[in-house]
Design a protein around this ligand. Sequence first.
Ligand code: FMN
Length: 350
Amino acid sequence: DETTARRKDAHLDLCATGDVEPAQNSTLLENVHLIHCAMPEMAVEDVDLSTPFLGKRLQAPLLVTGMTGGTDRAGAVNRDLALLAERHGLAFGVGSQRAMAEHPSRAASYAVRDVAPTVALLGNIGLYQAIGLGVDGVRRLMDAIGADGMALHLNAGQELTQPEGDRDFRGGYRVVEELARAMGDRLLVKETGCGIGPDVARRLVELGVRNVDVSGLGGTSWVRVEQLRAVGSQAQVGEEFSGWGIPTAAAIASVRKAVGPEVRLVASGGVRGGLESAKVLALGADLAGMALPLFRAQQQGGLPAAEEALKVILTGLRQALVLTGSRTVAQLRQRPRVVTGALKDWLAAL
Ligand code: FMN
């Protein structure tokens, strides 16, 4: 358990300052071009970004995706970012609740309801921990923090790069099916930066999953984070795989095509601004998700810096809607757009 806590703090240090977004990795969002409308015929205040999620109504289609918990430092991150999400009407997720499942005394570092009483809140647990906890154990974690839903994270790439990580990935779909049956649309399945592709997404939806965060390649690489901690051959293999994954733009466009309009889709993984958020929404996401940029801002300057970073994102998103002549995300999706380069190749194959 102490090793879990120490590993968590090492992860936070690496994510705060380390090279965890390899420069050559790309979301391929640079291959998506929204088309300028010289005559928008609308006011900025006509933009309506409100979005339903987890039975609540968000003011903007943004999710601060799950990052942390389990230590005092992690608790401060959760509280600052949850308060920010509450103020701006976004959704917020805590990080893996494994530490609190193993040691209930750590639960306080995940508790954000006192600062974020109405925020759309997601709990978080890894698929293979969920096997051990069972449906009731997972539901207890969600209820213990008053969450509206539970994120189940998939991270085979990270585990294989972690010396102490899992090596057996059998039996996953069976657990997903049980959880989906018990939790219905309160369950969200997410990756952690390697992407969920159309085949896996289709299967998840067949098993009853109603919310998916594709969490694609191009942002925080958990293979890279583990590689930076690894030594010897493990570090070398990690180096080779630190660009492994489905780029976020390819994941979101192909998954939307595979699953139809009723599934709620989040696009995270390297989404870094308002314009990029607009691009993932245009490609079929219901929400854009972000982890690292808000975490880093919070680490550098606390809540005020995180709020400043968020304002840049929200202003950029509204601007992208105005400059495409869109009042809503639904209208943005109907506008023509240009897809070029490698993304075109990915979408031809997926
Ligand atoms: N994802 C999880 O599902 N559970 C976690 O516990 C978790 N911890 C994270 C901790 C940090 C510091 C960061 C940066 C990310 C973490 N993630 C975790 C992954 C994010 O939720 C997200 O899917 C991924 O980082 C891609 O988004 P980004 O490029 O905006 O960071």
